[in-house]
Design a protein around this ligand. Sequence first.
Ligand SMILES: Cc1cc2nc3c(=O)[nH]c(=O)nc-3n(C[C@H](O)[C@H](O)[C@H](O)COP(=O)(O)O)c2cc1C
Length: 217
Amino acid sequence: MGRSPKGDRPLTILLGRNMNVVVLHGSARKGGDSDTLADRFLAGLRETGTCEVEHFYAIDMSVAHCRGCGACSAGRCVVDDDMQRVYPAFSRADVVVLAAPMFWGYMTSQLKTVFDRLEAVASPKHFGGKDFVVFVTYRHYFGSTVEWLQRITSAFGSRLHAMTCRTYDPETERDIPIGEFPDRLEEARRLGRAIGGARSAEPSPCRAASAGARKTE
Ligand SMILES: Cc1cc2nc3c(=O)[nH]c(=O)nc-3n(C[C@H](O)[C@H](O)[C@H](O)COP(=O)(O)O)c2cc1C
């Protein structure tokens, strides 16, 4: 690790630490409400240091349903599909961002399918120490997704930051594009700054990066 000119503080603290970030895009609409909040969050995060960000758009991925076969108890899911790209990225991530619109009272089925397959890494070893950031956009209700995430992050020793945003006007019954909520977009950016700042101030990396190609943003 580098040292400051005086040799008293690690340079990573002064310059901001590199963060590994995974974004699980759960929406059926690329660039929709939840994606836009996630983008603003990433902008805030980048203000505090460098980020290696991997985006996974569940709607475009080939992810089979979990078979419940239990073979992953040996440490690896045996189903060979796009989840095999997610596992290493997820494991090395410091920050996991979920763009999670509500569909019929819960996260979208494509995001739920990805989470079912995360059963293969469902342990404090893979989940612990991470910041989970969820952007739930909704018309009427957001509780189920947030409650579930509270339970798993608490059980596995990670932190949850949930931002919920109603994108609907019940009086006019109009869906309101997230762009019409500049305060909420700014809130997402500030959340990125806050989490990035807090992680940069930590004395040592939470986990070592594993091998694999990564995209630096
Ligand atoms: C098929 C479908 C089902 C939906 N079901 C719900 C729901 O059960 N509860 C809710 O609050 N909003 C529901 N919504 C509204 C979306 O969650 C909301 O418009 C959200 O902002 C969309 O985010 P996105 O642009 O990131 O996809 C539904 C929308 C669609 C298209």
